[in-house]
Design a protein around this ligand. Structure first.
Ligand code: ADP
Ligand code: MG
Length: 563
């Protein structure tokens, strides 16, 4: 070893390590999924770089992952011949966390193991999960293209620091040696290991090999290890839907999404014709920590004829569907395709609109068939979907049918009412969809604006999400029924008001004319107009916004941004 140095982990890594070890214990097996997932990514990256630079494959064109255990030493080794890492890459990737917003995220952690485990899930556990089962981890790696003398040896006990040194490493790629805690020796047991590996590897598209098990006298011969593959090593999305088990779809999701919980739903399709491609789209069950960060990575994994091309290809889905994870594999694109080319290619636009439709259909199906799962989806991603009508005019109606609202029909603020359910409950003579926006549920729920609606038994949607007012400025009607903000302008209840109501209102207006004039004189600087209202049954007065004025929520948002 030469050029050995000891470096401290970035603060966030220390926090993550600490939390991981303490809150992920009940999920400890996942370390293997993470390390296999990384080895698979590393092989994908090598294959991709080798398109332009075939020498990178050296004399080892066959990519594979090997996993072996040494019961005596209580170690577990995971080795790939993928892209590997340079010294600087090791320092960057295994010493820091590059995701933006990480520090802010770490501050939300509470010390409560259960809560933190789920928060860490939103963050992704990754390489550091090795320390759930190991008290020392060594990484030997050499980047493809560098010389054998430029290998790197990284070592850490998962506390505050790691050491790094330059070593000789003839084979390209990465070997990770876990020195298992004495309590975790089960993972060094061949039988147990085989079980876990099989569980986490069937969807991986390159061979995963374990030492061949010998029987009888053969075992005594110190021959060279023979390896056998334990997975089918074909890209999961290339297989016919009927031949893929649910568990396989779920495991594959965990690999592409860096999640350790199951997805809510998926949609796997092969498209033939002018454009040929396969897509496998997933709806996650929880939001990532950076869902609302502009620079957060989003998009699908792009393959061209089964060769990995890039992560986070964002050109295939609109922004308001950025929570969707998955893979698209095109037969038509060139292997040299770049982000710039994707942006300009009209074929990509038509794939994007087809994939958008698929996603909306998948959500509609989930809403219809599994309302509870849909409720989970809505809690995690509802606010993002609300960006849809503005971004995607063509699918406005479809998106609207996926929205869920709180309403006067409900006794609490849960967003469960769909527009279709609202339409079904409309009273005789009603031809509009009524809604009220505000900052808090408790405030809108008690609004005097609702009095007339309560009296007449008409449902009103109660919108208190920050984005709602903006959403409603994009939605004018649904299923031919106009949306009406009941806090605005002259409320015309149309056919819902009988002739008697109208005559009564006129009588009242005449009788109150003097009063109205006096109030108007006193408050003339504050108000535009004072009117006798028939909206109220109990309250004496209510403030109303003009038809064309900006809503209160919007005013507040603009004020907050200093406009
Ligand atoms: P993620 O996989 O989400 O990027 P990880 O914590 O799992 O996060 O890994 C961090 C980074 O370390 C990877 O992005 C990759 O750059 C590098 N890395 C991890 N394992 C390997 C490996 N086997 N070969 C090459 N690079 C690796
Ligand atoms: Mg990873």
């Amino acid at each position: 070893e030469s050029q050995k140095e000891t470096l401290g982990f970035q603060t966030e890594v220390k926090q993550l390590l600490h939390l991981m070890i303490h809150s992920m214990y009940s999920n400890k097996e996942i370390f293997l999924r993470e390390l296999v997932s990384n080895a698979s990514d590393a092989s994908d990256k090598l294959r991709f770089e080798a398109i332009a630079n075939p020498e990178l494959l050296e004399d080892q064109p066959d990519l594979r992952i090997r996993i072996s255990a040494d019961e005596k030493a209580n170690t577990l080794t995971i080795e790939d011949n993928g892209i590997g890492m340079s010294r600087q890459e090791v320092i960057d990737h295994l010493g820091t966390i590059a995701k933006s917003g990480t520090a802010a995220f770490m501050q939300q952690l509470t010390g409560d193991q259960k809560k933190d485990a789920s928060l860490i899930g939103q963050f992704g556990v990754g390489f550091y999960s090795a320390f759930i089962v190991a008290d020392k981890v060594e990484v030997f790696t050499r980047r493809a293209g560098l010389s054998a003398g430029e290998g790197v040896h990284w070592e850490s006990a998962g506390e505050g620091e790691f050491s790094i040194a330059t070593v000789e490493k003839p084979e390209r790629g990465t070997r990770i040696v876990l020195h298992l805690k004495s309590t975790e020796s089960e993972f060094a047991d061949g039988f147990r290991l085989r079980n876990v590996v099989t569980k986490y590897s069937d969807h991986i598209s390159l061979p995963i090999e374990l030492p061949k098990q010998h029987h009888g006298e053969e075992a005594d011969k110190p021959a060279e290890t023979e390896w056998e593959s334990v997975n089918r090593a074909s890209a999961l999305w290339t297989r016919p839907r009927t031949e893929v088990k649910d568990e396989e779809y779920q495991e594959f999701y965990k690999h592409v999404a860096h999640d350790f919980e199951n997805p809510l739903s998926w949609s796997h399709n092969k498209v033939e014709g002018k454009l040929e491609y396969t897509s496998l789209l997933y709806v996650p069950g929880r939001a990532p920590f950076d869902l609302y960060q502009r620079e957060a990575p989003r998009g699908l994994k792009l393959y061209v004829q089964r060769v990995f091309i890039m992560d986070d290809a964002e050109q295939f889905l609109p922004l308001y569907l950025r929570f969707i994870k998955g893979v698209v594999d095109s037969n038509d694109l060139s292997l040299n395709v770049s982000r710039e080319i994707l942006q300009k290619d009209p074929a990509i636009d038509s794939m994007k609109s087809a994939l958008t439709k698929r996603t909306l259909d998948m959500l509609a199906k989930l809403a219809k068939n599994e309302p509870e799962q849909y409720a989970t989806f809505w809690k995690a991603f509802g606010s993002v979907l609300k960006e849809g009508p503005a971004e995607d005019f063509a699918n406005r109606e479809k998106i609207a049918s996926l929205l869920r609202f709180a309403s006067t029909q409900q006794n609490d603020d849960s967003e469960v009412v769909s527009l279709d359910a609202y339409l079904e409950r409309m009273v005789e003579g009603q031809d509009k969809i009524y809604y009220l926006t505000g900052e808090r549920y408790n405030q809108v729920k008690n609004s005097p604006h609702l009095e007339i609606f309560r009296k007449k038994g008409i449902e009103v949607l109660l919108l208190t999400d920050r984005i709602d007012e903006w959403l409603m400025s994009q939605l004018t009607e649904y299923s031919g029924k106009q949306f009406v903000d009941i806090a605005r302008g002259d409320l015309d209840l149309g056919k819902l008001e009988g002739e008697e109501d109208k005559q009564e209102q006129e009588k009242q207006a005449e009788a109150k004319a003097d009063l109205v004039k006096r109030i108007q004189d006193v408050l003339k600087d504050e108000l535009q107009e004072v009117r006798v209202s028939h909206r109220l049954t109990d309250s004496p007065a209510v403030l109303v916004i003009n038809e064309d004025d900006m809503g209160l929520q919007m005013r507040k948002i603009l004020e907050a941004t200093g406009q």
